[in-house]
Design a protein around this ligand. Structure first.
Ligand code: AMP
Ligand code: MG
Length: 487
């Protein structure tokens, strides 16, 4: 266990120099205070959880203090936003404070979001509000607990600093952790600004630090791209299987590590809805729930274009071709497990699709249906869940396919079935209305609800005594909340 002043820095990205990032100091928040901290994320830095309660913790992550070895940098990148290319983006309100390595030898980027203006702030104020910082914190830690690759969040620091959005709000900072903050948009930036030397330096950096095993391959860059394709296919399969809608899948928000990154107006589905659009400024539904799958491939193609100086077009196309089949395989594997199946049959895909269509038509709660399907033996469970459906004949027909499929799957006790299914079907997910309740309390100075919700979501598969209210369908007011894109 370490104290705060015992962190060890090794700022590898900063050493790439001024073509890649600019030195900027954080702009402190007024009256910084701890809103919530993640003990699990603190453990990644070997930090003693007790230090979260100290004033120096709020000062460090509220922009007042800095380690002598930290080298805060704003990174430059670009990217495709809603399909169109924006030539220059960059850390407009976040800073890479430095890279810390832990006792296990892992490097973690410390990235402070909401840390003030940078050369890349464009029209923005460099700030993040409490509401969006809490949402990013909760989503990061909830996705991680579900087993979905994601950046992590160490803490949220609140303040009295006024920040203007649609109305006056308060500034906050969230400290994000990831092995790297390099995005697809980093490669696009150096490709489109025609800086081949820096482009090569960036590629070497990523290969050496994040994909060293690809060095062993005959074409290391191609092997690295293939790995990025594979990781994205797996990550998006998990989003789709768990009903996570990212909301802003621009290429500047896509990590080269294949982790969920840069949360906007994200949402977990309540009722299953393939066409769900969580971002209210996404008028065409480019990033709707079901579109996330083809958009994942579109984004990888944008990265492939930026890698054409290193890899032949034919090889890039071949690697891109891996995406959909890999996605399908991961997705089907997860959905089989969510349905309690341990073997594979050809008709399973159709079984899943038919169920989703029925849920869609009847507005069935996606998470709770799958959770309760494991509560009892298949025949009893479907008989009880039937009431949720409007198309009863349709559901009965599905059940008549599901029950014999379960019987063919193997001979196991209900205890085994429940245990196996509950281990992949969460009881608690980060529903928008739950986040909203926690945010409303936090905005009036009460952080207990954010902390409790965070705690519940760190063990989503485990039934927790006294926490029934977190495992309910949303009340009417909480069903179709408009989540502001301003953050
Ligand atoms: P996002 O849509 O949050 O991924 O942000 C897109 C770009 O806008 C990034 O370059 C951000 O750094 C920048 N940005 C977003 N909000 C702000 C803000 N309040 N101040 C400065 N830059 C911002
Ligand atoms: Mg972004």
């Amino acid at each position: 266990m370490k104290a705060l002043d015992e962190l060890t820095f090794d700022n590898r990205f900063a050493r790439l120099g001024d073509a890649f990032s600019t030195h900027v100091l954080p702009e402190p928040l007024d009256e910084p205070r701890l809103v919530v901290a993640s003990k699990a994320a603190m453990a990644l830095l070997d930090l003693d959880p007790a230090v979260a309660e100290t004033s120096v913790f709020a000062e460090l992550f509220g922009g007042h203090k800095l380690w002598a070895e930290a080298e805060p940098r704003a990174m430059v990148y670009s990217g495709h936003q809603f399909g169109g290319y924006t030539p220059q983006l960059g850390d407009g309100r976040g800073l890479l404070l430095g890279e810390v390595y832990n006792e296990a030898g892992e490097h973690w980027d410390l990235h402070l979001k909401g840390a003030g203006m940078t050369p890349y702030s464009r029209m923005g104020d460099g700030r993040a509000v409490l509401r969006s910082s809490i949402r990013e914190f909760l989503a990061s830690e909830a996705l991680h607990a579900l087993g979905i690759p994601t950046s992590r969040a160490l803490c949220v620091i609140g303040s009295s600093t006024p920040v203007w959005r649609e109305k006056q709000e308060r500034g906050a900072m969230v400290l994000r952790l990831a092995h790297s903050h390099i995005r697809f948009g980093h490669f696009e930036y150096f490709y489109y600004t025609k800086k081949p030397e820096q482009q090569a330096e960036l590629a070497e950096h990523v290969l050496n630090l994040h994909y060293p095993e690809c060095r062993e391959q005959p074409e290391p860059y191609l092997a690295m791209f293939r790995e990025i394709v594979e990781r994205n296919a797996e990550m998006i399969a998990k989003w789709q299987a768990y009903g996570f809608c990212h909301g802003v899948m621009n290429t500047d928000n896509m990590s080269i590590l294949g982790i969920t990154f840069d949360f906007g107006p994200f949402a977990f589905l309540d009722d299953f809805d393939a066409h769900f659009i969580c971002n209210h400024s996404d008028h065409e539904g480019r990033y709707s729930f079901s579109n996330q799958v083809p958009i994942g491939q579109w984004n990888l193609s944008a990265l492939a274009q930026a890698l054409t100086p290193f890899i032949s077009v034919d090889a890039l196309k071949e690697a891109l071709g891996l995406y959909l089949p890999l996605y399908q395989a991961h997705y089907l594997d997860l959905m089989r497990r969510r349905l309690g199946l341990t073997t594979a049959e050809d008709a399973d895909q159709q079984l899943v699709e038919r169920l989703l269509k029925l849920m869609q038509n009847s507005g069935v709660d996606y998470t709770l249906f799958l959770r309760h399907l494991g509560d009892e033996p298949a025949a009893l469970a479907v008989a009880r869940l039937r009431d949720d459906f409007v198309d009863l004949a349709g559901f009965d027909a599905w059940a008549e396919q599901y029950k014999p499929r379960v019987a063919r799957d193997g001979d196991y006790t209900q205890e085994q079935r429940r245990e196996r299914m509950h281990a992949v079907n969460p009881l608690y997910i980060l529903r928008n209305y739950l986040a909203q309740n926690a945010i409303a309390a936090a905005e009036s100075g009460d952080y207990s609800e954010v902390r409790r919700l965070h705690d519940v979501l760190t063990r989503p598969f485990e039934e927790q005594a006294g926490m029934e209210q977190y495992a309910q369908r949303p009340p009417d007011w909480g069903k179709h909340l408009e989540i502001s894109c301003s953050s």
